[in-house]
Design a protein around this ligand. Structure first.
Ligand code: IVH
Length: 592
């Protein structure tokens, strides 16, 4: 009926539960309230410090009550559900926290996600929570995958991710996914004044909230709950990687606010990482984007926490010596989510006689330049050894490119680490600007690798669809936010927040380059002006001067602009307000 009479189809139609016809690609959704991440606590002291920090911030007496909540941290994917007048109108992934993907049709297939809420809910509301797959459903899905000769998933999280991001929502509908609600985005009014009250509302509106969600009045209560859930972890039926603690009172949450990307009023208390032991076959040196040489352990593949690990970081030379790790040793490896696997220690009882001590190289293995350690003001050597090859080192150039296209920078669909390696090897992309001239060069002389070599006759020798798509994505990215572009340049000490500050301050790449170069030539007044800007310290300014002091870097920036990249300035901060240009000092006491 809906197919014949589309105008009769309701937004909350039950037919969406079984999946809809595939659409072309996922649209982008800008989150009106950013989807934050969480700071981490690893020890009881960290948790105590969390409580103390909040009390200090709120200026609470030591014996004043500070109610907190505790709940498991689900190892899945976060999603945001927008309801208008009680009807689910949009569902999105977290993405980079500011912009996610529109996966409404996929989310509608989850039994835990209501399409319509009861009467009387706020007009506009966004429910946020975690999409996950239970252990039992994961095992059953993998059994089906194996029976169908398809590749099994490595862990429930990957299975959930693979199931959710399906253009064909019939596939999503056939996958057993679940959803726990734990926070919110926009809400036209708050129906409660505590976290606990909000969760009760969510439940009343038909969402599942975690049964292990509790309220406590002392950090000891958090630690007891952490220990209790950690002991029962295996029997919960789904993967969790820690606990999340939140301040209960919403007025306190509002006062506490957030720093960069994480709220001050919440923290994730992680469970210990999973460990396994295996043989260390070799140690290789990886050269990073800033020239840092990182020793990487090449391991006999081993499964740690559901994932096969064959590489792990050894951090630096001092660390290898301190832990006395030798090639040929049996080593303990650990893996925590979001963190690169690490080598913890050697198993000394199992050390073979022919184990080999590792000698840290004095030269960059990629370009042969001298590798040196930074020395700080007191003459103390830094733990990091760096290649001095700069832009002449191919490894640094390649890693810079990977950074340039990474998610928080240019974020070009279809151009990830793997593709950068491929284009690099084919000498098609060696510097950021080459990305934007790729299409023209392909049209002149496309390398065989990106052409159809077999398949239907009319396709032979023509460009692969994926490449055509990539060119479209590159073209679209010529318009890019100025802060993302600045972050993408990979200047040392310029993270995302600093990049935003720089974009806001300079307004354009040209102005930034010009001012920094003038400052480098000794314009002291300019330097003093910049040092006065909040967040611009000496280290940052020195780093900017070093970066734009390299002719090649300036040429590269210029070439980006010539290739048609048009950075969009950030919205200007209003200048014509009564407080603009004034320094205002508050004294006294703020009374609630
Ligand atoms: S609260 C502002 N509660 O952990 C607070 N997050 O590392 C936002 N997560 O992006 C998150 N279980 O995907 C919260 N019970 C829980 C959670 C949880 C899992 C995820 C969430 C978030 C990530 C942060």
């Amino acid at each position: 009926i809906e197919n014949r009479f589309p105008n009769l189809k309701r937004a909350d139609s039950p037919s969406d539960k079984v999946g809809a016809t595939p659409s072309g690609a996922f649209g982008k959704v800008e989150h009106s309230v950013a989807m934050l991440s969480l700071g981490n606590a690893f020890t009881p002291e960290d948790v105590q410090e969390f409580d103390t920090r909040i009390r200090r911030f709120l200026n609470l007496e030591p014996d004043a009550e500070l109610a907190l909540t505790s709940e498991p941290k689900i190892d899945g994917l976060s999603a945001s559900l927008r309801y208008e007048n009680g009807v689910l109108v949009r569902g999105a992934t977290r993405g980079d926290g500011r912009v996610g993907e529109d996966i409404t049709a996929n989310l509608k297939t989850l039994p835990d996600i209501p399409h319509r809420l009861p009467e009387g809910v706020p007009d506009v509301l966004e429910i946020r929570g975690e999409v996950y797959m239970s252990g039992a459903n994961f095992a059953a899905l993998n059994a089906r995958q194996i029976a169908a000769k398809a590749k099994p998933f490595a862990n429930p999280r990957n299975a959930a991710a693979g199931s959710l991001r399906q253009l064909d929502t019939k596939i999503t509908a056939a996958r057993p996914l679940s959803f726990f609600a734990y926070t919110w985005g926009v809400m036209s009014y708050l129906p409660a004044d505590t976290q606990r009250g909000m969760m009760a509302c969510f439940e009343a509106w038909g969402f599942r909230v975690n049964p292990a969600f509790i309220g406590v009045t002392h950090p000891d209560g958090l630690l007891a709950h952490w220990a209790d859930i950690e002991a029962r972890r295996a029997s919960l039926g789904y993967d969790i990687d820690g606990m999340v603690y939140k301040v209960d009172r919403l007025d306190y949450q509002a006062r506490l606010g957030f720093v960069s990307r994480a709220p001050r009023w919440a923290i994730a208390h992680k469970f210990p990482a999973e460990q396994a032991s295996t043989q260390l076959n070799a140690i290789e040196i990886q050269v990073g984007r800033t020239g840092a040489l990182t020793p990487v352990a090449k391991l006999e593949p081993v499964t740690v926490g559901g994932v096969v690990v064959s590489n792990a970081t050894l951090h630096n030379g001092d660390e290898i010596a301190r832990k006395d790790i030798r090639i040929g040793d049996t080593v303990v490896v650990q893996r925590a989510r979001d963190v690169i696997p690490q080598v913890v220690k050697p198993v000394l009882q199992a050390r073979p006689e022919n184990s080999l001590e590792f000698v840290f190289p004095t030269h960059c293995p990629e370009c042969g330049s001298a590798a040196v350690r930074d020395v700080d003001e007191d003459g103390k050597a830094d733990v990091v050894t760096r290649c001095t090859g700069g832009l002449t080192c191919p490894a640094q150039a390649r890693e810079r490119l990977k950074h340039f296209v990474s998610r928080a920078a240019l974020d070009i669909d279809g151009l990830g680490q793997k593709q950068i390696d491929e284009f690099w090897q084919a000498s098609m992309v060696q510097a950021p600007q080459d990305i934007f001239t790729l299409q023209a060069r392909f049209e002149d002389n496309p390398p065989a690798k990106w052409l159809y070599a077999n398949g239907p006759k009319d396709k032979l020798g023509t460009l692969k669809e994926s490449v055509k798509k990539l060119f479209k994505a590159i073209e679209a990215r010529k318009t890019v936010d100025l802060d993302r572009l600045i972050f993408g340049l990979g200047i040392r000490h310029v993270g995302e927040t600093t990049a935003r500050g720089l974009a806001r301050h300079f307004g354009s790449l040209e102005k930034m380059m010009q001012d920094v170069r003038d400052m480098g030539r000794g314009d002291g007044a300019l330097r003093a002006d910049l040092e006065a800007v909040d967040g611009f310290g000496e280290t940052l300014l020195d780093s900017l001067v070093a970066f734009f002091g390299e002719e090649k870097n300036c040429e590269s920036v210029q070439a980006l602009l010539t290739a048609g990249v048009r950075p969009t300035p950030l919205e200007a901060v209003a200048q014509d307000t009564p407080v603009a240009g004034k320094t205002i000092v508050f004294t006294g006491t703020l009374v609630q």
